[in-house]
Design a protein. Structure first.
Length: 614
């Protein structure tokens, strides 16, 4: 997704903007640019490709100032090019605009503006915003503010936007707005920031305001003024971000993803910390915005998510049925919104999203609210849209997840789902104290078991070295580990570009077994469980057809050693919690294979960290 950074203050703005844009690189982009107001003139520097190209352009033609907007573009309308890079200007080059989102009616707007004499320089949807602001400034003959012109311009816009504008006609102010595309305002000492995500400004301030849909704001060295969709000035809550800048850096690891895989013990601990009393068999989740009475009245649960979060949702389904005895249905965000789901006041719709900004998942949230359902978000980003629009929220406390491929947020989601299911089971009386206590005591040990996996990667690395040149992989899992087979396949395909499929092991005979030959590595999740024998039978099927078997197994299982080329051993845990530990081996396998293939692990091709467009 595109990245926005803006600054107004008393320091040299260019280094601040370049630093901020670099901290947003994980969002994926194909061009970059900045617009600076210097001595009453607009200076524009834009380039194709990486931010280092922008730095070179600034070395060749330096500029200085104390107010500017910067942008990294992930092309949606108009091919990646310098002309299409943001910021975009009006006809007179008196203002610049940066934007993240999609202006759905830009062609109609563009035609009308061209008829009125506006000259366009790019193929983008964004440029219409620059000309619309120009139009309304001209109409007011300079009597109205830039903010007014932006508010008036946005009344004509259909679609999503996080937008920032600066102008030489009001060179002390940034005006900005958001609708369905996140925008935060950073509060410094006589200096202020706008950004599409917190890591961009974390090195300068931890105090942020999140704009909500339809809100606009004026940011200057004298402070921030926020207006609601009817133009009324409003007060906004100031969030104190606890992440320190270091957390958002690589911390000595080669890639953010490897760092985040290693942060999982902490992420899991932080997610259950203060929310459970294992010895009492109790979980405390009052924060979810649902009374115990409402929880008892729930008749059906939908869980809606995308990608890796969808795999968490599949795990959640097992938990709700096993521990809460509640009918539970999982759906992918982009499908849920079109199926006209049956929802009423006693339906709970759970949205799972690391970013809290995934358009398809937010559409599911909107659908649920329109139908009167109760909504609850499991999310990793403080103050993100999903957390502010759902009735309640459970924050995973994984810290900033920069790598595009989700890892620590996933295991934190699984942890949060465990807590939620135990909480519901205890409130609804379907889960006895002793069983709850037993699960929580085992959950307490999970971070340590993940640490064991992280400390013993030799077998995984050896396996990666044997098979990193393969072009196909199959991942098999049964029951509660079937979602983990899907997740292992997604991790491998999205960072190594190897075609990988996750399958219920029992489905082998219904098709996938035709794929098995001596070139096909098959990873089977065969840790101790009630379906272990069945998985072993599937492993035999693979062996009988010369397939390559890689197995996850519980320590001291000697039998499996005879059947598999590589065995990733794990210490014993409760079957219901085994997915949280099992997935770590698969994350590491995907990581090491991708690294051996020289792939861009943190920013895989074609992918973005948060898919805020449909
Ligand atoms: C995960 O590795 C992928 N990058 C992707 O599938 C991601 O999980 C999906 O886009 C959902 O994102 P969210 O959790 O922020 O909603």
């Amino acid at each position: 997704m595109c990245g926005i950074v803006g600054y107004v203050g008393n320091k040299d703005v260019v280094p601040i903007l370049i630093d901020g844009l670099k901290r947003l690189e994980y969002r994926g982009y194909d061009s970059a640019g900045i617009g600076v107001i210097e001595n009453g003139r607009l200076e524009l520097r834009r380039c194709m490709g990486k931010i280092c190209n922008l730095e070179n352009a600034l070395k060749e033609k330096p500029c200085k100032g104390s107010i500017a907007l910067g942008h990294t573009r992930w092309a949606t309308h108009g091919r990646p090019s310098e002309e299409n890079a943001h910021p975009h200007t009006d006809c007179q080059d008196r203002l610049v605009v940066v934007h993240n989102g999609i202006i759905e009616n830009y062609l109609t707007l563009k035609k009308g503006l061209i008829k009125e004499g506006h000259k366009f320089k790019s193929e983008t949807d964004t440029e219409v915003l620059a000309h619309l602001v120009e139009k309304y400034l001209a109409k007011s003959r300079g009597k109205k503010s830039i903010l007014f012109a932006l508010q008036r311009a946005l009344k004509e816009v259909e679609g999503s936007y996080a937008v920032g504008v600066i102008s030489v006609d009001d060179p002390e102010k940034i005006v900005c707005a958001r609708k369905e595309s996140p925008l935060v305002i950073g509060l410094g000492r006589k200096e202020y920031f706008i950004a599409s995500d917190v890591p961009a400004i974390l090195g300068y301030t931890r105090k942020v305001i999140y704009l909500d849909d339809g809100e606009t704001a004026e940011v200057s060295t004298s402070g921030v003024e926020v207006y609601d969709k009817s133009g009324r000035k409003i007060k906004k809550k100031v969030f104190q971000i606890s992440w320190d800048p270091v957390m958002a850096e690589k911390g000595g690891y080669k890639h953010f993803m490897l760092k985040e895989i290693h942060e999982q013990p902490r992420a899991i601990r932080d997610t259950f910390r203060g929310r459970m009393a294992p010895d009492k068999g109790e979980v405390y989740l009052e924060e979810i915005g649902l009374s115990k009475e409402e929880i008892r009245k729930i008749e059906k649960v939908y869980i809606v998510a995308c990608g890796t979060s969808y795999h968490s949702a599949l795990y959640g389904e097992f938990l709700f049925e096993e521990l809460v005895r509640l009918p539970c249905e999982v759906d992918i965000g982009s499908e849920f919104r079109y199926r006209n789901p049956i929802i009423n006041g006693n339906t709970l719709v759970l949205l799972i999203s690391q970013s809290g900004e995934t358009a398809d998942t937010l559409a599911g949230l909107k659908e649920a609210k329109e139908k009167g359902g109760k909504t609850l978000a499991i999310c990793n980003v403080l103050g993100s849209t999903a957390t502010r629009e759902a009735d309640g929220v459970i924050y995973t406390r994984a810290g900033p997840e920069i790598g595009v491929a989700s890892s620590k947020a996933f295991t934190a989601q699984l942890t949060a789902l465990c807590l939620l299911a135990i909480y519901f089971g205890r409130v609804r009386g379907t889960l006895g104290k002793e069983k709850a206590r037993n699960i929580l005591m085992h959950l307490l040990r999970i971070p340590h078991q993940v640490e064991e996996v992280l400390e013993n990667q030799e077998e995984i690395i050896a396996c990666a070295q044997s098979y990193f040149k393969k072009i196909d992989f199959l991942f098999l899992g049964r029951h509660i580990n079937y979602p983990i087979a899907l997740e292992g396949a997604l991790k491998l395909k999205e960072i190594s570009y190897i075609h990988a499929e996750g399958y219920p092991a029992g489905e082998m005979k219904h098709g996938p077994i035709a794929l098995i030959d001596k070139n096909m590595p098959v990873l089977a999740i065969a840790t101790d469980s009630k379906v272990y024998e069945k998985v072993m039978a599937n492993i035999e099927e693979v062996k009988a057809r010369d397939g390559i078997v890689i197995a996850l197994a519980t320590k001291n299982n000697k039998e499996i050693k005879k059947k598999a080329e590589y065995v990733f051993y794990l210490s014993e845990t409760m079957e219901i919690l085994s997915p949280i530990v099992n997935v770590v081996s698969l994350q590491l396998l995907a990581y090491h294979i991708a690294a051996l293939r020289g792939c861009d692990v943190d920013q895989p091709r074609n992918l973005a960290k948060s898919v805020t467009v449909e």
